[in-house]
Write a protein that binds this ligand. Structure first.
Ligand code: SF4
Length: 317
């Protein structure tokens, strides 16, 4: 669990929960799932590995001893919460979720990025009654938040917590983004990785948002979009125009756009098919004009139309 993460859009990962189950097409080649179960098999075969590999990934495990980890990170940083699970999985008890939120409330120097494929539960918990039940003497930090200035209507939210949903195709967008927009948050974002089809972001992105959350709350919109292709042995190809379309929608709306990576497949001119590193690699033809080649994640890189796209929300707290 990382003091330093290799994920381009965060600084560190924090995993008080490990394990999950698949919910949609975006989960098919879940990297965390495959890596964990490989290590689980090695663990059961007698290899010395950390205790978390004693169970398979589909068994959600809680690690209360990891809850305090952000307190030990003194330098302010962006922290991706549960890169090896989904905080809103049914098997994570409400009380444990509140404990995670309590730690985030007590760590205002950090920015927490919570990403889910289960926005129904996130909305039910965070847009609803639970805040009213939490301002009890044994949870003093919630009492502070509940009385504080950060609220959408009657419902408070943590100014240092960004909430996001994973969106792999239009169906996931139509199901998940409206639920994200019902949930009060300092910043709402999309992780479109692996991107598996074209997506129209419709009216969900916010024209002209200037980063001041006090102005943003009355008009809930998506404020940040991350796009990436799939990695790993069974990675599916991503059409370059799907990425360009999302970038163009974000630019038109003034929403920060972050292009994480192409994944395993990248558009390569067919005249280059005999070059070293490309010769003999598999090709996939979307149509006569667009082919991509499986050149590997490293070689595919993260340039889109000749440059990197590393835009992030600039938030005034
Ligand atoms: S929700 Fe995320 S962690 Fe869970 S199986 Fe799907 S991709 Fe993996």
């Amino acid at each position: 669990m990382g003091d330093k993460s290799s994920i381009e859009w965060t600084d560190s990962t924090w995993n008080p929960v490990v394990g999950c189950t698949r919910v949609s097409e975006g989960c098919r080649n879940c990297y965390a799932y495959e890596l964990h179960d490989r290590r689980h098999r090695a663990y059961t075969a007698g290899k010395k590995l950390p205790e978390q590999y004693a169970k398979p990934f589909k068994e959600v495990q809680l690690f209360p001893d990891r809850l305090a980890q952000p307190f030990h990170w003194k330098r302010p940083r962006r922290i991706f919460v549960n890169s090896l699970s989904d905080l809103f999985h049914d098997d994570v008890p409400d009380d444990f979720i509140w404990s995670v939120f309590e730690i985030m409330a007590q760590s205002p120097q950090h920015t927490f990025q919570v990403l889910t494929k289960r926005p129904q539960r996130m909305a039910a918990l965070l847009a609803g009654r639970y805040w009213r039940d939490l301002g009890t003497p044994d949870r003093p930090f919630f009492a502070k938040i509940i009385k504080g200035e950060h609220r959408a209507g009657d419902v408070p939210f943590l100014p240092n917590v960004w909430l996001g949903v994973s969106v792999e195709n239009q169906r996931a967008a139509d199901e998940r983004i409206p639920l994200l927009l019902q949930t009060p948050a300092a910043v709402r974002f999309l992780s479109m990785e692996p991107l598996l089809g074209p997506v129209d972001l419709k009216g969900w992105i916010y024209p002209g948002w200037d980063g001041d959350i006090r102005k943003a709350i009355p008009a809930p919109r998506v404020y940040w979009v991350i796009v990436g292709g799939e990695s790993g042995p069974n990675a599916r190809p991503m059409h370059p125009d799907w990425v360009r379309s999302i970038r163009d929608q974000c630019q038109a709306a003034g929403v920060p756009f972050f292009f994480k990576q192409w994944g395993e497949w990248a558009q390569v001119h067919e005249l280059r098919c005999n070059e070293p590193g490309i010769k003999g690699k598999p090709w996939f033809n979307f149509n006569p004009d667009t082919s991509v080649c499986r050149i590997g994640r490293k070689a595919a890189g993260r340039l889109l139309d000749g440059r990197t796209w590393d835009e992030m929300p600039e938030v005034v707290r």
